[in-house]
Design a protein around this ligand. Sequence first.
Ligand code: HEM
Length: 411
Amino acid sequence: MASAESNPKPFSLEPYQVSEDFGFLLKEPLQELPPHYKPWMDIALHIPELVESHELRTQINKMPMLSCEFLQNEKELRLAHLVLSMMTMGYVWQEGEKDTVEKLPCNLAVPLWKVSQSLGLPPILTHADGVLANWKKKDPKGSFSIENLELLISLPGEDSVRGFFLVTLLVELAAVPAIKNIPVVINGVRCGDTNAVARALENISQSIQDMTDALKLMHVYVEPSVFYGIMRIFLSGWKDNPSMPKGLIYEGVQKEPMEYSGGSAAQSSLLHCFDELLGIKHEESSSSFLNRMRDYMPPAHKQLIQDICHQPSLKSFVQQHNCEHLKQAYHLCVSKLLALRNYHITVVSRFITVPAARTRQLRKQSQDLEDETITKAPIALEERGTGGSGIMNFLKTVRDQTKDAFIPETS
Ligand code: HEM
């Protein structure tokens, strides 16, 4: 265990591109790229219509090859990654799972690759793009309500796409007080201040409760049949995906195909931070997927998770101090995280398991299925998450491992 002497500087969020107001969200993302990139923006701003009219691939194939040299700062690179990765999802999945492509044309693949290299992100749509860097306020002085928020770039699925990304953004925002209190916990443990740690854990618990409340809005703003039948395929990747078993060739980058997982909030840094802080350990079967998801985060956020993991153990601190207030605060935090994971399972059931069962039933009855939105869903994804995991077993295992963090009365 590291001692206070070996960690002289207080732990702070500053080196990790995490802000006290916005947490992991990109603060005020840019809305426009330099004029040189107009050909990208002209297409990216119309992805849903171009997919609908089956023209997106044709338009992208005609796009000029643009150099990335005019992208000069982090915000321009993040917007470029959002724009290029959204176009990539539209390009690959325009015709559904039956008519995918083997390669991404070089005029899209090469800049996406270069921008990804500069940011340390993979060349595919991630949570860091679709949620963290994909928002603007309609009225800049107005509040962070869904009504006052808009996406910069969208995908097929109309209001449900907007709802899905923006509700997830509200979950990220609800977590800001929790993130702010992580250094308070770490510094309190380092200097043995049980009261400071207990109070910070209570603040984190409240913030996790607020995340669960924000997640409930998914039912208000997202239509399950649209999520399942239309949107979901556009979040899917080309790893562990039977409809693209070989992966995708990024033309002009590498001759061999490459495999990347699709976008998922498993790539959000929030729960990874809480797990490390609270000492929640995941067994090999789930940790391999969760750890892989860390490679889909901005590197500074991944570093924060790793650095939290290397701090003196909070759980041991709670066990060593005979302080009822501290123990209760720790238990409250674990139970709020457990409740969030339980609620998330309910959401996944409503948005994936139920529509999947209904689709199977409709297929069996083999009626005229054209009018049913959910039956347009990819068969390959029925049992899998967009990140490629076998869904319910995985989520329940992760939930159950959260329970293991409770400290038994006797210890
Ligand atoms: C309609 C809404 C949602 C659906 C259908 C959904 C679905 C899923 C699925 C299928 C997985 C399994 C991993 C994968 O293959 O991607 C997953 C994992 C996960 N999701 Fe969601 N999700 C939703 C919203 C959210 C939101 C808003 C958050 C919060 C930021 C979130 C956080 C997580 C986390 C942290 C995991 C990893 C498992 C864990 O740590 O418990 N999800 N989700």
